[in-house]
Design a protein around this ligand. Structure first.
Ligand SMILES: Nc1ncnc2c1ncn2[C@@H]1O[C@H](COP(=O)(O)OP(=O)(O)O)[C@@H](O)[C@H]1O
Ligand SMILES: [Mg+2]
Length: 247
């Protein structure tokens, strides 16, 4: 579904990612792991058409989309939920969600159905549909950010640190919803996380990044068992020994 080959992205003269190659197959959950500053957000933002790469190739469903802009990628079903949520605070929950459909020429009926689907995935958003986004808890804001992405009817959903700054129970709730989206709705996920254990508890495969490069990759189970993932590559990133998702 997604093939990234030898991708390089610079900020000015500074190379933030170097020769990164990853693939995501339909129906998979793939995790990108790594410490702060490893280049995870740069990778997602480059794939999503927010930053042009200096070299490399990005293919979506076999089509070269390397220099496509983000709105074109949205129309092809590639949607990014950015880091730190980026909601419109003065607007209500539902207004924020509706903004997600803005690029998608969704008919009114479909739009209503999509909203209901999001409210059933996150019932607390239904209770708060008229509430200002700026007054929500961090977890609820993350739910709105995910919901807004879903309004664009993604096929490939890119998520940048959906658990950032959230309490363990809320993290688990968000990840349960992500697994449900994948399992019941067949949504393919490329997930950036610092919370290794949580991410690998739902992922099929993972890649570990360090200073802009992929340094390790494998099946989620083998990465989970690999102590190096924590100790060498992820440094002092958050460990979540207490959290895991059970069916
Ligand atoms: N807008 C930017 N301008 C300049 N350097 C940046 C910018 N964004 C990120 N960087 C740098 O690029 C590197 C990778 O950052 P980032 O992709 O945000 O890492 P991560 O998401 O893994 O924490 C870091 O060294 C960071 O300081
Ligand atoms: Mg980041």
């Amino acid at each position: 579904m997604l093939e990234v080959n030898d991708l390089n992205t610079f900020y000015g003269h500074v190379r933030a990612i170097r020769d990164v190659s990853i693939s995501v197959h339909p129906g998979e959950i793939v995790a990108i792991l790594g410490a702060n500053g490893a280049g995870k957000s740069t990778l997602l933002n480059t794939i999503a058409g927010m930053i042009p790469p200096a070299a490399g190739r990005i293919a979506l469903d076999g089509l070269d989309v390397t220099f496509r802009r983000s709105h074109e990628l949205v129309q092809r079903g590639l949607i990014l939920v950015p880091e730190r949520r980026q909601l419109f605070w003065p607007l209500t929950v539902e207004e924020n969600l509706r903004l997600g459909a803005y690029r998608c020429r969704t008919g009114t009926r479909q739009l209503g159905k999509n909203l209901e689907r999001i409210y059933s995935l996150f019932p607390r958003l239904a209770e708060r549909r008229k509430q200002g986004a700026g007054t929500l808890s961090g977890g609820e804001q993350q739910m709105v950010a995910i919901g807004r992405g879903l309004m664009s009817q993604p096929r490939l959903f890119l998520l940048d640190e959906p658990s950032l700054g959230l309490a363990p129970l809320v993290r688990a709730e968000i990840f349960r919803a992500l697994r449900q989206l994948n399992g019941e709705h067949g949504l393919t996920l490329l997930l950036v996380e610092q919370d290794t254990k949580l991410a690998l508890s739902i992922a099929n495969r993972g890649y570990v990044m360090q200073t802009g490069q992929i340094v390790l990759q494998g099946q989620a189970q083998s990465l989970l068992a690999n102590a190096e993932v924590h100790d060498i590559y992820l440094g002092k990133g958050p460990r979540t020994d207490a959290i895991s998702i059970t069916q």
